[in-house]
Each structure stands twice: as structure tokens, then as C-alpha cells.
Design a protein around this ligand. Structure first.
Ligand code: GLN
Length: 399
């Protein structure tokens, strides 16, 4: 082919700025080797029967065509009512909510709608891997501010230094993926003050809002003074109702921001699945006991997993929320003669039969995550016990 031929098959430059998802790649590797998948964060237990029944019913009753692009009216009303029930003021479903294909689309659509090319987006590192590609796809530039290990606290003095003239937005995840931090009032107020002072947007991913331990409560930064008009709050059905495969999420924001996000959403996906939004109404109307049991059951999973799996070779900081635990693998990795976290996770699948996510996928500089891996524990207790036993034999074999 002559050099003047069109360069078919070559990626656009923006696609070369990021790699494929390491989390999803670990799931593929795990499946290939029949390992226990503690890599990608999804439950190995089922959704509530009432929610599954509602989905079946919706399909049977013919709710199978496009819903309103912003989200089925009944579902948007149910989202607004649930926020009200959990302490929010009234949110207007007509102008302040959009229903998306998972929180993944909500975040991507928000970036595309609100980030100017060349603008910087500040991420707290380690960060959930999607935010980097989201920033690049929008033409933005991700910048990071490291959280302080081993407790992963935010240093507010360094926050002020990390904000520059091109910073447009801060991304917050609370409860936090991958560390399990639940940012406290002081940290949230500090982020809010910095956002107001520098006229920044805040994209807050609150998908783990109901997975909280030791009596903690969820705080939404959108509700702090001066934050409503600059915050996009994102959540989904996925984690709270154990339906990660349904791909139903949403964003909530003041109408001037929401109008732009809706425009992008309309042309990206048109709408999230209609019958699953109907089932979502039933999910969102579950009584408060549902959320109490959810948190209690997750606390048992956290405690079981940490008690059995954490220890020499796999030191873990206790998560305050969400369902991930970061483990420091440095000494074990060195004893095994492995160069980094990626090699470590490959060996963990092959030799232990357990999949985890290499820590480097949550850092801009892979070296910063070389001695960390992330376990996801939204699993039945028997799965967690089996995984922990495999991890223990793996660590013992390296003695
Ligand atoms: N949020 C989950 C994780 O961090 C799942 C990611 C995904 O594949 N969408 O593992």
C-alpha cells in the first residue's frame, strides 16, 4: 500500500493516551484460569428478588421501547424521592437529573459536557482508573494529588498547591475506590472551600454511598454551602442493589450544568435500558432496613476477609467504606523475585487462583503502585474464606 493511502485502523491520537482497562483485563485472566475473581468489583450473590421480579414484569408488560432520553419519569421521580429520604433537599427531576448507562457514562458525559480541551482535572491518587481516560476523551488533562498512605488522608495544604490556573474540576470518590476511605467533614469542607475559591467544578462519584462501616454516615459535598451550583453527583443502581450488569446510573446537578450533561448523554447512548429503569423504581423504594442490612452484611464480608487474608506479606488498611482493600505486597513480592505489582497479580492468578488488581492501575506513575494490589470483597463469605485460604498458602510457599 502506498504511503499516501488512508491510515485505516490507526487510532486517533486521544486513544493512544490511555491503555485498556486493567480491571477488566484481570477479569478476563481470572476467567481464563478459573480463579476466584477479587479483581473487578461486582458481587457473586444475586440482586433482591423484588427487584428482579420487577424487571421481568416490566419486560412482560411491554416496557421495551426507548424511554425518555433523560430517564423514565417514574424512575427520575424515584431518584429524587430517595435523595429526599436520605436527607437531601428537593431535587427537580424535570431539570436536575439524567439517567445514564451506569455511573461510567454519567462520569464520561459530565466530563465531555463540562471540561474544555486543555483544562486540568484534579484526581486524588490512587484513583479509579476510568477518570484518566474520561479526562483524555474530553480533551482534558488529568493531574494528581497523592493521598497520604497508609491511611489515605487528604492533605489540604497540598490541595491548595495542586490547583493551578488551568484547573477546571476536582474528582471526588467517597466512599473511595480503591482505598476504602470515607472522606470526613474536614476534608470535604476543605475541598469545597478550594473549589469555591478557585471557581472549580466537583464531580463526585458516590456509587458506594450505602456501603459504610462502623456506623459511618455518607456525606454529599453537593449539600455544603456554595457547592450545589458547582457539583455533579453521580451514583447508580449497580452497587447498592447488586445489579452491576444492568448499567443504570445517574447524575444529579443544578439545571445549567445538567442541561449540558443531558445534551451529551442524548447523543452518546440515547437512554439507559427502559425495563430496568422500571425495576429501579422498586429498588429505590426498598425500605430503610434494606440499606441497614446491606451495610451490616458488607461489614461482615470486610471483617471476614481482613481477618483471614490480611497479615504478613499482605498488609491491609481497614476500609471505612466501599468494598475494596488495598494490600502492601512489597516484602512478599521481593521474596518471590517479582519485578512489580503486575507480575505479582499474574502469579497470584496462576499460582494461588485468586485475581486482584495491580496497584499501578490506580496511579499515573506505575512505580508508585508497584507494591500495592487491590482486592474487591463483594463476595459470599464462603468465597472470601476460600480466597483467603489460597492467599495464605501462596504467602507461606514464599517463606
Ligand atoms: N467499579 C468496579 C471496580 O472498580 C468495576 C469497574 C468496571 O469494570 N466497571 O472494579
Amino acid at each position: 500500500m502506498s504511503s499516501a493511502a488512508p491510515s485505516r485502523g490507526r487510532a486517533a491520537a486521544r486513544v493512544d493516551l490511555f491503555t485498556e482497562s486493567v480491571i477488566r483485563e484481570m477479569t478476563r485472566l481470572s476467567d481464563e484460569h478459573g480463579a476466584i475473581n477479587l479483581a473487578q468489583g461486582f458481587p457473586d450473590f444475586d440482586a433482591p428478588e423484588a427487584v428482579k421480579d420487577a424487571a421481568r414484569r416490566a419486560i412482560a408488560e411491554g416496557i421495551n421501547q426507548y424511554p425518555v432520553t433523560w430517564g423514565a419519569p417514574r424512575f427520575r421521580a424515584a431518584i429524587a424521592s430517595k435523595y429526599l429520604r436520605f436527607g437531601w433537599p428537593e431535587v427537580d427531576p424535570e431539570t436536575e437529573i439524567v439517567v445514564t448507562c451506569g455511573s461510567t457514562e454519567a462520569m464520561a458525559a459530565s466530563f465531555l459536557a463540562l471540561i474544555e480541551p486543555g483544562a486540568e482535572v484534579l484526581l486524588f491518587e490512587p484513583f479509579y482508573e476510568n477518570y484518566g481516560p474520561d479526562a483524555y476523551l474530553a480533551g482534558g488533562v488529568p493531574k494528581v494529588l497523592p493521598l497520604d498512605p497508609p491511611d489515605w488522608r487528604l492533605d489540604l495544604d497540598r490541595l491548595a498547591d495542586a490547583i493551578g490556573p488551568r484547573t477546571r474540576a476536582i474528582v471526588l470518590t467517597t466512599p473511595h475506590n480503591p482505598t476504602g476511605r470515607v472522606f470526613d467533614q474536614r476534608e470535604l469542607s476543605g475541598i469545597a472551600a478550594a473549589a469555591i475559591e478557585n471557581d472549580l467544578l466537583v464531580f463526585t462519584d458516590e456509587i458506594y454511598e450505602h456501603i459504610l462501616y462502623d456506623g459511618r454516615c455518607h456525606r454529599s459535598i453537593a449539600l455544603l454551602d456554595g457547592m450545589w451550583e458547582r457539583t455533579v453527583t453521580i451514583s447508580a443502581l449497580s452497587k447498592t442493589y447488586s445489579v452491576t450488569g444492568w448499567r443504570v446510573g445517574w447524575a444529579v446537578a443544578a439545571s445549567p450544568l445538567m442541561a449540558s450533561i443531558r445534551k451529551v448523554h442524548d447523543f452518546l447512548t440515547v437512554a439507559a435500558p427502559a425495563p430496568l429503569q422500571e425495576a429501579g423504581v422498586v429498588a429505590l423504594e426498598l425500605p430503610s432496613e434494606y440499606y441497614e442490612s446491606l451495610a451490616m452484611e458488607y461489614q461482615e464480608r470486610r471483617d471476614t476477609f481482613l481477618e483471614l487474608a490480611a497479615g504478613p506479606g499482605l498488609e491491609m488498611t481497614k476500609p471505612e467504606g466501599a468494598y475494596y482493600a488495598m494490600a502492601w505486597i512489597g516484602p512478599l513480592r521481593e521474596r518471590l523475585g517479582l519485578p512489580d505489582d503486575v507480575a505479582f497479580c499474574q502469579q497470584l492468578v496462576l499460582r494461588a487462583g485468586v485475581a486482584a488488581v495491580p496497584g499501578s492501575s490506580f496511579f499515573v506513575d506505575p512505580a508508585a503502585g508497584r507494591d500495592l494490589i487491590r482486592f474487591a470483597f463483594p463476595k459470599r463469605l464462603e468465597t472470601l474464606r476460600a480466597a483467603a485460604a489460597r492467599l495464605a498458602s501462596f504467602a507461606e510457599a514464599a517463606e
